[in-house]
Design a binder for this molecule. Structure first.
Ligand SMILES: Cc1ncc(COP(=O)(O)O)c(C=O)c1O
Length: 273
């Protein structure tokens, strides 16, 4: 698993009895060139938008991931969790297209519609189809038919595409407003990663209170922030920071939400100066 990554994916793997091996991530994406030096049989990666660092996996890292899978008969699990939401570039090609027999591609409607729907899709290598069907039969048969039929209707009618276009423009504007607010009120905080998705990592300046302290204090401003250290296998971040979501607030509350975040950062970073 990437280090850092979504912590509950790590928990899912270890709860299943798997030995979790961390693979470092830098600004070029996961260090897939290091996979060959591990004894991993599968690797979970977020090549289109690394979570939580926001990097896009560069071509040489994509090639190294595929080369590892082919040489060691490994399985790449491609978590493409927010593919539709790109603000400064067209959607990025999937790793899966490079070698469909070694990549399991995973997507959901959690970012585009709602996580509560629990609707998603898998593009699987042929050899994995039957084992996955078997597992689904034993676990819960299938996802609710009503939601699937409704989603199909949204897709076929073009309504989903229109919704995505609207959301892309709304979230892009929100991200731009957040970045502008930071430049004005907390210029020593550094937003990291490509312009995409629903959240951004804010790296804290040297000498700042810890992300945990700021997240605790955020509660007084009715803001929920989460420290990036929780995503690291060791629990300690290479550079301390906070992940901020900008999508969930209703439009009428966004400006006051931004102002509250500005107040919090100004107050906290001023105290530290
Ligand atoms: C990195 C990453 N992958 C996948 C998901 C998808 O989660 P879900 O199970 O809701 O689709 C999320 C949701 O937050 C995520 O952050």
């Amino acid at each position: 698993m990437e280090d850092p990554c979504l912590w509950w994916h790590r928990d899912v793997a270890s709860t299943a009895g798997l030995n979790v091996v961390p693979i470092p991530v830098d600004e070029r994406g996961a260090r897939s060139d290091l996979l060959a030096s591990t004894d991993a049989g599968a690797a979970v990666v977020t090549p289109a938008h690394q979570f939580p660092l926001g990097a896009l996996m560069k071509p040489e890292r994509r090639a190294a991931a595929i080369a590892w899978a082919q040489a060691f008969d490994g399985l790449l699990i491609e978590d493409d969790y927010d593919a539709e939401l790109r603000y400064d570039r067209p959607p990025v090609g999937a790793l899966q297209a490079l070698d469909p027999e070694h990549v399991a591609f995973v997507g959901t409607v959690s970012k585009t519609l709602a996580p509560g729907l629990r609707l998603g899709w898998l593009l699987l290598p042929r050899w994995l189809l039957e084992p996955i069907f078997e597992l689904r039969r034993k676990e819960d048969v299938h996802v609710s038919a009503l939601e699937q039929i409704t989603f199909t209707e949204l897709l076929l009618s073009g309504a989903f595409e229109r919704h995505i276009r609207r959301m892309r423009s709304r979230y892009r504007t929100r991200r731009d407003r957040l970045i502008a607010m930071l430049e004005a009120r907390a210029p020593n905080v550094t937003p990291v990663g490509i312009s995409a998705g629903l959240r951004v990592l804010l790296e804290l300046p040297a000498g700042s209170p810890s992300a945990e302290e700021i997240a605790d204090r955020a509660a007084q401003y009715s803001i929920e922030l989460f420290p990036v250290a929780r995503c690291y296998h060791s629990g300690k971040a290479a550079r301390d920071g906070l992940v901020v979501g900008y999508a969930a607030l209703p439009e009428h509350a966004f400006e006051s939400g931004l102002a509250a975040l500005g107040d919090l950062l100004e107050a906290t970073l001023r105290t530290s100066a």
